[in-house]
Design a binder for this molecule. Structure first.
Ligand code: URP
Ligand code: ZN
Ligand code: ZN
Length: 460
């Protein structure tokens, strides 16, 4: 099977040109003007933008969490991602405290193997670092191709590790060429505020927000940066939301340290006023919570300053019935919101279209940087000869509305119901196969491949 994409405006992180792309099998074979090559299928991309397939390095599919499983499984989640132009996701395996990393990997494989429509990989969350876990780090990196390790500075008793475990884990991960991801919020401060609000019978979703003030994230982000600097381990802060936390990273740059930063689309475009609508606010109960308008400005600026490298989603959907578990107590609302399908279009419409980021920056933060940081570049994250043919053909002018009635995510509400966007994903290729075309998915579960990742770099 070969495909020729004709006359598109091909955008990568560092180029912008009208060109044809010739694909044979799973890879890109040629890029150039007016390619004179015959292909089994020709796609006219004149007037369209052509991007590398999006990479969302922060998703939670079929994840057991807070008394429920996130409602998108590997099939529905990766298919919805493809509809939205994301060809690859990185999901999180969660070690159970007291158990091995290996047993967690087996459990996650039992749900994901042969079930993905799009490509995927895993970060391994280390929730219990001890002498046994230590022995498994090298094996995860070298045998399994899982080169990034997630840590939590919150969710005490379930996922949180203490600072001793953090630095010892960092030392081991550094030794073997991996990277530490972190959920950087101060779990003890948050737990204390949750207990206070509950004892005062302040139980609505607004108190989820008020239990995680900016300082809880700024403090933990700074502490994480200090520990990464001390150990020399490459570090990546997931879902960073606010000015205080980004300033902690900015401070680390003054000693010539690099800490990678991911934000998520919701933190760029939604704000905490959504928690004021009584229980409706549960739709956006996530951790960290949505912040203030000034934090949105900080994050957009951080992207343009090169301090924020990645825009992900933290996709972790729960149906309304599950959100209702916290009807009488915000601390029981399963944390997370759906966005895997919406990220690329929202970022284009709110970012590129509103003049906040350039087209090259768009590609960088939605695809290229994640591929580089997580050891997949240049196989993924760009349009180049030899790269996987993961390609999005995008109409920058088409207007459309987001709605739970029309989205493909397996969740009964949208955090963006009725939002009018400009710019739509039209055609998506995954490793040379036309996966999405005419609003239809042509590939089945099982096509999505587990992508083994290389050792990571500490620069992008
Ligand atoms: O609210 C969130 N973020 N849910 C998923 C778990 C996490 O902390 O990333
Ligand atoms: Zn988190
Ligand atoms: Zn998450």
């Amino acid at each position: 099977m070969s495909v020729l994409i004709k006359n598109g405006r091909v955008i990568t992180a560092d180029a912008d040109q009208i060109a044809d792309i010739f694909i044979e099998g799973e890879t890109i074979k040629a890029i150039g003007k007016d390619l004179n090559i015959k292909a089994t299928k020709e796609i006219d991309a004149a007037g369209k933008l052509v991007f590398p397939g999006g990479i969302d390095p922060h998703v939670h599919l079929e994840m057991p969490f807070m008394g429920a499983f996130s409602s998108d499984n590997y099939e529905t989640g990766t298919r919805a991602a493809l509809y939205g132009g994301t060809t690859m996701v990185i999901d999180f395996i969660l070690q159970k405290q007291g158990n091995s990393l290996r047993s967690a990997l087996e459990e996650w494989k039992s749900r994901s193997d042969n079930n993905c429509v799009g490509d995927y990989s895993f970060h391994m969350a280390v929730t219990d670092f001890n002498e046994n876990t230590k022995k498994e780090i090298q094996e995860m990196i070298e045998v399994e191709g899982i080169t990034s390790f997630k840590t939590f500075m919150a969710y005490k008793g379930v996922f949180m590790i203490d600072d001793r475990q953090m630095i010892e884990l960092m030392a081991e991960v550094k030794k073997h060429g991996g990277l530490i991801n972190v959920h950087a919020t101060n779990g003890d401060m948050i737990d204390s505020l949750i207990a206070k609000h509950r004892s005062e019978r302040k139980l609505s979703p607004l108190y989820h927000y008020l239990s995680q003030p900016e300082i809880t994230e700024a403090e933990a982000s700074g502490r994480f940066a200090d520990m990464a600097n001390y150990t020399g381990c490459p570090g990546y802060i997931v879902h960073l939301t606010c000015e205080g936390a980004l300033n902690a990273v900015r401070n680390a740059t003054k000693r010539n340290q690099k800490v990678f930063v991911e934000t998520c689309i919701q933190y760029l475009i939604l704000d905490a006023s959504l928690y004021e609508n009584d229980f409706e606010g549960a739709k956006w109960v996530m951790s960290p919570p949505l912040r203030e308008k000034k934090d949105q400005e900080t994050l957009w600026a951080g992207i343009n300053q090169g301090l924020v490298e990645v825009v992900a989603t933290d996709h972790c959907p729960f149906n309304w019935e599950k959100k209702l578990l916290g009807k009488d107590d915000f601390s029981k609302i399963p944390n997370g919101h759906p966005a895997i399908e919406n990220r690329m279009e929202l970022l284009f419409s709110e970012g590129v279209n509103k003049g906040r980021i350039t087209l090259n920056k768009y590609v960088e933060v939605s695809s290229t940087n994640a591929a580089k940081i997580f050891g997949m570049f240049p196989r993924k994250g760009t349009i180049a000869v030899g790269s996987d043919a993961d390609i999005v053909i995008f109409d920058p002018n088409e207007k459309h509305k987001l709605s739970a009635k029309t989205h493909h995510m397996n969740v009964d509400y949208s955090g963006y119901e009725g939002w009018e966007l400009t710019g739509k994903v039209k055609t998506v290729l995954l490793r040379g196969k036309v996966a999405i075309e005419n609003n239809h998915c042509n590939i089945d579960k099982g096509y999505g491949k587990f992508i083994r990742r290389n050792k990571v770099s500490s620069i992008v």
